[in-house]
Design a binder for this molecule. Structure first.
Ligand code: UD1
Length: 365
């Protein structure tokens, strides 16, 4: 019997853990042929290959080797190269994850070749169209046939935008599937020791959003607050290449603020699990800290993942440094909220649910 061919797209760092949740369960679905398509949006060893290694992903079926560029360049180049692949080796379904340029680029290329499109992590909205990711989310959802959602707010958003409820599937969170699967290994890694840190006695910092890091003056303002934190608690800061370009010399070389290269998946998860707090502008870390019940201070004005505020450990700082310092002090004094014990369907089985829905849709069509 012919297999159902599914292209699963990844290109940038936050994609790999989501895609890994599908590959981890593929043996349960012998009728499916999953093909890992790497766009090459991220290409440094520590932005890409280390994740493939840590997550035991297969080699990509094809690497499109696109690399960096402006948004239009990157998106267009991915579309061109992925279309060539589709025309030669057409899949029945294309699965895209998250909200990066690879997501919309491959989604558009697939849809225009009449390939059915599935979006994992659909419906999340920051309602901030200055964010490139928000544009990618809205556009990808608009053309998707299967909308796989992680939290109830996504269903509300999608219905308001006119999506048919029959295309919306609340399946849980593939990133959390991978976190739960990898947690025992990350626990054994005790990565804090490598950096001379003690469990629950350091803050884990990540920063890479254009709105925080592209303007060196704003980045300086944020880093001044991080220096304040480091005078109370050691800070470990794996620095994204985008951020490193604008980081002023003044914050480098401080004993309690360790700036290091971007970390692999396991190293990063290990440091997250043992941190006293996480300070971040990442989307994924807001969810990961909620599951791990580690306090998270998010240096953004909004979040597309509101369940992390209502049920999790996340607080939006929105450039309010008085609030920020109050939260830091509260966390250090042990008075910060722990969040819910669990989030519905963030149980490690989202990948299985997704493949099962796709398999059934194919059999019944
Ligand atoms: C992208 C995603 C963002 C995601 C982030 C995680 C979009 C619009 N943005 O942002 O949603 O949270 O990835 O990292 O898709 N660079 C390197 N090596 C690499 C990759 C990038 O040095 O392997 C540098 C390049 O100078 C590049 C810059 O980082 O210009 C930004 O990379 P890019 O892929 O454009 O976006 P990110 O900021 O990484």
């Amino acid at each position: 019997m012919p297999k159902l061919t599914i292209d699963v797209i990844a290109g940038a760092r936050p994609n790999f853990m989501k895609l890994a949740a599908l590959f981890a369960v593929r043996d349960l679905f012998p009728s499916l042929d999953l093909r890992f398509i790497h766009t090459g949006q991220h290409y440094d060893f520590n932005m890409s290959d280390v994740f493939l290694r840590d997550l035991s992903l297969p080699d990509p079926r094809i690497h499109l080797g696109v690399g960096s560029g402006t948004h239009a360049y990157q998106t267009a180049e991915i579309m061109k190269r992925y279309e060539e692949w589709i025309l030669q080796f057409p899949p029945e379904i294309c699965v895209v994850v998250g909200d990066v340029n690879s997501t919309i680029a491959c989604g558009l290329a697939a849809k225009k070749c009449n390939v059915r499109l599935a979006h994992v992590e659909a419906g999340l909205r920051s309602f901030d169209r200055r964010m490139p990711e928000e544009i990618n989310r809205v556009l990808t959802d608009t053309i998707s046939d299967f909308l796989f959602i992680t939290e109830p707010s996504a269903e509300v958003n999608l219905k308001k935008e006119g999506h048919d409820s029959r295309s919306i599937f609340y399946v849980g969170n593939t990133m959390i599937d991978t976190l739960l699967r990898m947690k025992p290994r990350a626990e054994r890694l005790s990565q804090h020791q490598k950096f001379g840190l003690e469990v629950r006695r350091y803050a884990f910092l990540t920063l890479h959003r254009p709105s925080n890091v592209d303007d060196p003056r704003l980045l300086d303002e944020i880093m001044a607050q991080m220096v304040w934190v480091s005078q109370r608690l050691p800070v470990i800061f794996p620095c994204h290449p985008r951020t490193a370009k604008n980081l002023s010399a003044a914050v480098r070389g401080r004993p309690n603020l360790q700036i290091v290269e971007p970390l692999g998946y396991l190293e990063s998860l290990s440091l997250t699990l043992d941190a006293k707090m996480v300070i971040t502008d990442s989307g994924g870390l807001q969810e990961e800290t909620t599951v791990l019940r580690v306090p998270c201070l998010t240096l953004r004005e909004n979040t597309e993942r509101p369940i992390t505020l209502s049920q999790g450990t996340n607080t939006l700082i929105n450039n309010d440094w008085t609030l920020f310092r109050r939260c830091v002090e509260q966390i250090m004094a042990g008075g910060y909220r722990q969040g819910a014990e669990s989030i519905p369907l963030w149980d490690g089985s989202a990948g299985r649910r997704i493949l099962s829905i796709l398999e059934k849709a194919f059999v019944s069509s």
